[in-house]
Design a binder for this molecule. Structure first.
Ligand SMILES: Nc1ncnc2c1ncn2[C@@H]1O[C@H](COP(=O)(O)OP(=O)(O)OP(=O)(O)O)[C@@H](O)[C@H]1O
Ligand SMILES: [Mg+2]
Length: 273
């Protein structure tokens, strides 16, 4: 078992073999490809569930580069990203963190929800995202020069930012940005049909409900119904759940606890079916 694992080069373990389905909404594929050719660090902006993760998986597959994804959280330390010394029966040894590994093997490194990470961790990426392309492994006394293929990509949900939690300007201005939003009706129908196997007519109805809810953003709703929730709803219907129950469960209940909003959306659902 161990032998089989070590026989696989580490970069291959992070390669995506099968094409991840991604429906393009604009010209983000060619824009991203151009940025990758120049190794410009990228920021993917947009609300939850609108295809950012799927997009980067698709692009890594398209460019035939390994992809290392790191979900950032507020307890994440710079060592979690960069690496640390560990102890085993033979003594101490250095273990690269995921960011270091990505820089070494020439992967695309996707830092998901980077704003959640502590400031010291975001500062750790500064030297990797300017002309230096280096990462200082201070504890190890190594200055790592990033592999030519390495690129850093971060995701950022502008809706979540507050005055307390935002990226420093000096961090933001190290990235070019692609903005993601809810796709147009035709694109979203194609996505929902592909991901669930539902027919286009039913997908269209679900999308009408979502569009109605998206108009309520800022009027009692903090974020709209995501494409992800539309996919869940369609999958439930394909499983045999009645459309109204599926919509209430996967479209309305997750996004609001407000009785008025629920009532309005439940009425929209009743009207749709
Ligand atoms: N353009 C798209 N092409 C294909 N599938 C999509 C697209 N947009 C959304 N989806 C579907 O929506 C789901 C959620 O998308 P994804 O996980 O990429 O969202 P995200 O933007 O990364 O969300 P989060 O900010 O919460 O991480 C996907 O699993 C996929 O089924
Ligand atoms: Mg994501």
């Amino acid at each position: 078992m161990d032998k089989a694992l070590t026989a696989i080069p580490i970069e291959n373990q992070y390669c995506i073999d099968k094409e991840p389905y991604y429906q393009e909404a604009g010209s983000e594929i060619s824009l991203y490809e151009a940025a990758y050719q120049l190794r410009i660090p990228m920021m993917l902006k947009g609300p939850t569930g609108c295809g950012k993760t799927r997009f980067i998986e698709h692009m890594a597959w398209r460019l035939k580069k390994p992809l290392i994804t790191i979900s950032c959280h507020e307890d994440m330390t710079a060592s979690d990203l960069i690496g640390r010394y560990l102890l085993d029966a033979n003594g101490t040894y250095w273990q690269d963190g995921p960011l270091t590994l990505a820089a070494r093997i020439g992967a695309i490194c996707y830092l998901d929800e980077v704003v959640e990470a502590r400031q010291d961790t975001t500062v750790a990426i500064h030297s990797l995202t300017d002309y230096r392309r280096t990462l200082s492994l201070e504890k190890k006394g190594e200055l790592l020069q990033a592999h030519d293929d390495f690129q850093l990509v971060i995701s950022y949900n502008p809706g979540y930012q507050t005055l307390m939690k935002d990226l420093k300007t000096s961090t933001k201005q190290r990235f070019a940005a692609l903005e993601f939003g809810y796709p147009d009706e035709e694109t979203e129908t194609a996505i929902v049909c592909h991901e669930s196997g539902i027919d286009a007519e039913m997908a269209g109805r679900l999308i009408q409900i979502a569009r109605h809810a998206r108009n309520l953003v800022g009027h009692g709703l903090s974020e709209g119904i995501s494409t992800r929730l539309l996919v869940y709803t369609a999958q439930l219907i394909v499983q045999g759940i009645a459309p109204i129950a599926a919509c209430q469960m996967a479209l309305v209940r997750p996004i609001s606890d407000d009785a008025d909003i629920r009532e309005t959306l439940d009425a929209t659902i009743q009207a749709c079916f």
